[in-house]
Design a protein around this ligand. Sequence first.
Ligand SMILES: NC(=O)c1ccc[n+]([C@@H]2O[C@H](COP(=O)([O-])OP(=O)(O)OC[C@H]3O[C@@H](n4cnc5c(N)ncnc54)[C@H](OP(=O)(O)O)[C@@H]3O)[C@@H](O)[C@H]2O)c1
Length: 336
Amino acid sequence: MPSKQFQALVVNEEADNTFVRQLTTKSTADLPDYDVLISVKFSSLNYKDALSASGNKGVTKRYPHTPGVDVAGVVEESRSELFSPGDNVIVTSYDLGTKIPGGFGQYVKVPAEWIVPCPDGLSLYESMVLGTAGFTAAQSVLKLIEHGIKPNDGKILVSGATGGVGSISVSLLSHLGYHVVGVTGKTQAHAMLKDIGADDVISREEASDTSGRLLLREKWAAVVDTVGGIILETAIKTTQYGGIITCCGNVASPDLSISVYPFILRGVTLAGIDSAKCPMKTRKMIWDKLASKWKLPTLTNLADDINLSQLNNYIDMILKGKTKGRVVLNLHGETS
Ligand SMILES: NC(=O)c1ccc[n+]([C@@H]2O[C@H](COP(=O)([O-])OP(=O)(O)OC[C@H]3O[C@@H](n4cnc5c(N)ncnc54)[C@H](OP(=O)(O)O)[C@@H]3O)[C@@H](O)[C@H]2O)c1
């Protein structure tokens, strides 16, 4: 097939080590030589995308680069038997948008092994309201359930509650009947959090213990932590006997200063969550859940819809912790 020109947000590294983002015309001929060409309909903005878009070498080493770890689109060409032109598909993580050009462009080329067929019950738009953040929230909730945590075991704390992973976690836990307590730094967002399912909302300060005590009063049956640092430390010290804390993020801090006492005296579990290398079997199982029993009735209220020309501003906002909920990027002008 002849190559096509398309628009993408490209991040360039300048001679003075600064990073500049600009809308650029690219060609499908310049995409890496993988088996499946996808016309990207929607992508989404995750914190990791903003790191990639601002020169964080821990996420993206080589520039010029097009970020975007999430893609929902339609297969346009395929050398793989697994997919045919016209298939609706989802790709999240692997090396997409970190090492190879991602969803902030109107076309991507990826290996067939990275692709999930968009499940019946979820539109391409809805899949990107979830995106990597929603998928990670679902992985975290699944971990609690597999640990045996039931709605009547007690309250579930969710940190970074207005963020992408946090807001979907709040909504999903509430949908599944759990009593959810959200932690937020945004005093204006308490009503929004209650709207999406939080039973109670507390401030970051209330969730951060600075006393230095090694164990604190037990409060939570489980915790979904998306921020790390002192909020995670406090969460571990306040989790009930036998409870579990999931850890997926580090927007507050990558550091964790904690004693062994919550683990050896209360038997709590600290569970790491990684979405990028989640095996395909689990990946499909989680997407199927999100499209059926775990489908959120309020899904389409959880996102701001933007286009490529608005993306630059939203990247700056998410880096400052100023976005709320999810941000869906519409690449071809379709409406939801
Ligand atoms: N392990 C994985 O596979 C995986 C997958 C997805 C995301 N992540 C990580 O999970 C984290 C959240 O991702 P996201 O896409 O949900 O990001 P996000 O939309 O930016 O949400 C992060 C939220 O954390 C809170 N926050 C920001 N700065 C903070 C600070 N200094 N101290 C305490 N809270 C702070 C804010 O919520 P409030 O204002 O409500 O407090 C913010 O909205 C990131 O670290 C991301 O890299 C990991």
